[in-house]
Design a protein around this ligand. Sequence first.
Ligand SMILES: [Zn+2]
Length: 270
Amino acid sequence: VPELPEVETIRRGLQEHLPGRTIQRVETSGKKLRGAASPVPLKELEGRRIERIDRQAKFLLLRIDDGSTLLLHLGMSGKILLHDPAHPAPPHTHLRLLFDNYTELRFVDPRRFGATRLHPTGPIKELEHYGMDALDPRLTPEHLEGLLQQSRAPLKSFLLDQTKIAGLGNIYAIEALWRARLSPRRSASNTPRSRIPLLLEGIQGVLQDSLRNGGTTFNDYANTLGDPGGNLPFLAVFQKAGLPCPRCKQPIKRIVQSGRSTFYCGTCQR
Ligand SMILES: [Zn+2]
């Protein structure tokens, strides 16, 4: 599942190629993707120009010259590829945007949990309840402390709650807690004050490192060129149950929290 570093890697790939480009042709598969239909028909993008590419949480926001926004979400298995239009489109391509520089953006999503929606000018309702982005420079230890104090959820579930901090998924929540030496089972409000700066460093450190490595690929994720990310060998505990903790050499445990696997070291994470 693409998380913040993967989506940000794609954003950078799009930002490099698309601003200033005009969309000449829009084609859709006509198949329904997750959630609501596009508020504005995607065909309206024809003749419009891309201004810039933003990201909020795991949403890509392509800002259009008429003030509208094309929202793209990769869901479980989505990819956004920039291809030569002569290159055959892969199966499960649900949206194709042909640009005036003879590049085609292809939104490919076999499982169809993704989203492609064109929103008119103004705030996008479904983004309003998201918390501050995990890489937002305004996310300080003080801000994090305020959020932690209000939550009785286990730390792991707290980190996955997008209304608190946006953009952390299962892999990076697990890795951040390992770096901060905090147990995923500890109640969020019970996080010692002295450890909160460490937790923030853990969160931002795992995301920045993954971004530097081009994201983490297990099955599907690829950047806009179709290349996998290189971060997998750098994960410390994710999917390593029974293997020695890289820090204290005790075996890594696996538990299930809110239906998701958690991996952690019961010895050095407290
Ligand atoms: Zn350990």
